[in-house]
Design a protein around this ligand. Structure first.
Ligand SMILES: Nc1ncnc2c1ncn2[C@@H]1O[C@H](COP(=O)(O)OP(=O)(O)O)[C@@H](O)[C@H]1O
Ligand SMILES: [Mg+2]
Length: 463
């Protein structure tokens, strides 16, 4: 009898030690819009938790703020089946996301789950969503050029490895097309594309039509369309950066393309307003302006000798307004901006890069002096034509009144041709520089005038 009892006791003891520790859980008390309030369970901002719905469903949420004993939560997925008093169970681990070489050619959502129906991801590792911050003083400086495969950028706005640029444009001006061309034509080792807050249809179009099989094979795509929760959109932007960091830490030269930084800022605005942060600048609460550099500063060069992340962030300038607060903030934290012009797009001039309004701040450090001065010369001549453009078009410009303008008129056709590029035409860096040298004749010094090769503008002294 005693032995049977002892045996039974041992069995029960075994069962007890296998049981997980008792769960601490809170209760859902309020839900307004996307904000959920929970009591009875202290959690730290950024913690994850599961809210148990009425049936088998549960909703994952993240702590985004608190007030006295109330904790504010924001769901990651659609909220369904939640009722007052629902159990809120904190999750122990910080959220981890998959990374690894097998992600190449895959499309994932903000949680790292595949969206492309190509089966589960064979991730090499799962890492925390926020990578280690590299001390800015330990980062390699931007010194080498990066071939992005776009002639106007390679020749006139040369990008450096580890540079961060903004692509400023209104909607429908050709941002997505340009990013797609870069993905296909860049010589970067890998491209990581983040599609944040776009319409679902655009995501599909971008992947199937613009990237195509060729572009997709050399990239990883993270997509969080506009109907994803704002938290998921933020996560997708962070995941895009995290995947790029992973490849950089493997010594790769990564090109990160994020479309768009504005939608990322808007997702943060939705969250901040929902938890009661007051709006400051044109409806954007201050935390938005703190979040932007936190995301952007993670890209760039790694430690010397390591890999790099060269990044392009698209910034929407609604109604082509360059004074938008997000555009302003982005301009201040990025090392260059490329502006797409609606006028050029309407003229059928693609890519519609406004070379006058665009600048790459690292160009002097990554180009030789001959290339740099020729690019400057191109911009001067091009600008001269644009200044006189209205006069010329109404026939009010009298030929011969300004030699520099005459020169510009003579070359504008070639220059404009040079700036345009077909969707399927690649323009490698060295080729782009050679073409730049050919399209704008050098400004000739008086001594060299006699021996110089004759050119169409040979009779003008001040060329
Ligand atoms: N390089 C290009 N060549 C020809 N057409 C283009 C080019 N880039 C853009 N377009 C035209 O502009 C439209 C909008 O481009 P898209 O890249 O989707 O704009 P955005 O992403 O800025 O909203 C395209 O559907 C296409 O008709
Ligand atoms: Mg687009």
């Amino acid at each position: 009898m005693t032995s049977r009892l002892a045996e039974r006791l041992r069995q029960l003891q075994g069962a007890i030690s296998d049981e997980p520790a008792p769960e601490l859980s809170g209760r859902l008390t309020r839900m307004v819009g996307l904000t959920l309030e929970c009591v009875g369970c202290p959690m730290v901002v950024g913690d994850r938790c599961l809210i148990q719905g009425d049936s088998a469903t549960s909703v994952e949420a993240e702590v985004v703020g608190f007030e006295e004993d109330k904790v504010y939560l924001m769901p990651l997925t659609a909220i369904e089946g939640l009722k007052p008093g629902a159990r809120v169970i904190p999750l122990a681990s910080a959220s981890r996301v998959p990374v690894g070489p097998q992600m190449l050619g895959r499309v994932v959502n903000g949680a790292g789950d595949p969206l492309d129906g190509k089966g589960p991801l064979q991730a090499e590792a799962r890492v925390q969503l926020t990578g280690d911050i590299i001390n800015p003083l330990n980062r390699a400086p931007v010194r080498q050029s990066m071939d992005v495969g776009i002639r106007a950028i390679n020749a006139l706005l040369t990008v450096g490895q580890g540079q961060r640029l903004g692509l400023f444009a209104g909607s429908g001006v050709g941002k997505s097309m340009l990013l797609g061309m870069m993905t296909r034509f860049t010589d970067a080792d890998i491209t990581v594309v983040g599609l944040i807050g776009e319409r679902g249809r655009e995501v599909k179009e971008f992947i199937e039509d613009i990237l195509g099989d060729e572009g997709l094979a050399r990239s990883v795509v993270v997509a969080a369309p506009a109907d994803d929760s704002p938290l998921m959109r933020l996560r997708a932007a962070m995941l895009t950066t995290r995947i790029a960091e992973y490849y950089r830490d493997q010594g790769k030269r990564v090109l990160l393309l994020m479309d768009s930084l504005t939608r990322y800022a808007q997702a943060q605005r939705e969250i901040a307003l929902a938890v009661g942060e007051p709006p400051a600048t044109k409806g954007y609460p201050p935390s938005v302006f703190a979040k932007l550099p936190q995301l952007v500063e993670r890209t760039g060069n790694g430690r010397p000798g390591g890999g790099s992340i060269t990044a392009f962030y698209t910034v929407l300038t609604e109604g082509d307004d360059q004074q938008d607060p997000i555009a302003d903030a982005a301009r201040a934290i990025l090392d260059g901006h490329i502006v797409l012009s609606r006028r050029l797009a309407e003229e059928g001039h693609y890519p519609a890069i406004d070379v006058e309004a665009s600048i790459s701040r690292v160009m002097p450090q990554v180009t030789d002096s001959e290339h740099f001065s020729r690019a400057q010369r191109f911009k001067q001549v091009y600008s001269r034509y644009q200044q006189a453009r209205d006069l010329i078009s109404v026939g009010a410009y009298v030929k011969g009144s300004d030699p520099e303008t005459d020169f510009a008129i003579q070359h504008i056709g070639n220059m404009s041709q040079f700036l345009q590029q077909g969707l399927n035409e690649s323009a490698p860096l060295t080729e782009a520089i050679e073409q730049l040298m050919a399209v704008v004749p050098e400004r000739r010094s008086p001594e060299r005038r006699k021996t110089a090769v004759p050119n169409p503008a040979g009779n003008r002294d001040n060329v």
